[in-house]
Write a protein of this length. Structure first.
Length: 112
C-alpha cells in the first residue's frame, strides 16, 4: 500500500474512532452492522461500504489495496480480529478494549 493511501486510510480510521466514541458505539457493533450476510467476515463489497461512508473519494483500486493490507491471513475476507487489530493500532488503543464481552467464550468454543 502506498504511503499516500496509508495516510488516507489512517485518517478514515481515526474519523471512525471519533464517530464511534461520540455515539457510544463499538467497532464490533459497526462490524456486525456492515456484515450483511452475518458470516462473521467482511467481503470486499461490505468493507467498501464502510470506507466509502468515511470518505467517498476512494477508488476501487484503493479499496482493493486497503482490503488486501488488512486481510492479513489472505482469506479474501476481513475477520473482526483483523479489522480490530488495524483500527486499534491506528488509534493507539488496546485491542482488548474493542473486543465484545463474549469474545473469549465464543473463540474457546470454536476450538473445542
Amino acid at each position: 500500500m502506498s504511503s499516500d493511501l496509508e495516510i488516507k486510510v489512517k485518517k478514515c480510521f481515526i474519523k471512525l474512532y471519533k464517530i464511534l466514541s461520540s455515539k457510544k458505539l463499538t467497532l464490533y457493533k459497526t462490524f456486525n452492522a456492515y456484515d450483511a450476510d452475518k458470516s462473521g467476515e467482511l467481503t470486499i463489497e461490505e468493507f467498501q461500504k464502510i470506507l466509502r461512508r468515511l470518505d467517498n473519494t476512494f477508488t476501487s483500486d484503493e479499496i482493493e489495496a486497503v482490503f488486501e493490507f488488512i486481510d492479513t491471513d489472505h482469506s479474501k475476507t476481513i475477520e473482526f480480529e483483523e479489522l480490530n487489530s488495524y483500527y486499534c493500532k491506528v488509534n493507539g488503543l488496546s485491542e482488548l478494549l474493542e473486543l465484545p464481552p463474549d469474545y473469549f467464550i465464543k473463540n474457546a468454543l470454536k476450538k473445542c
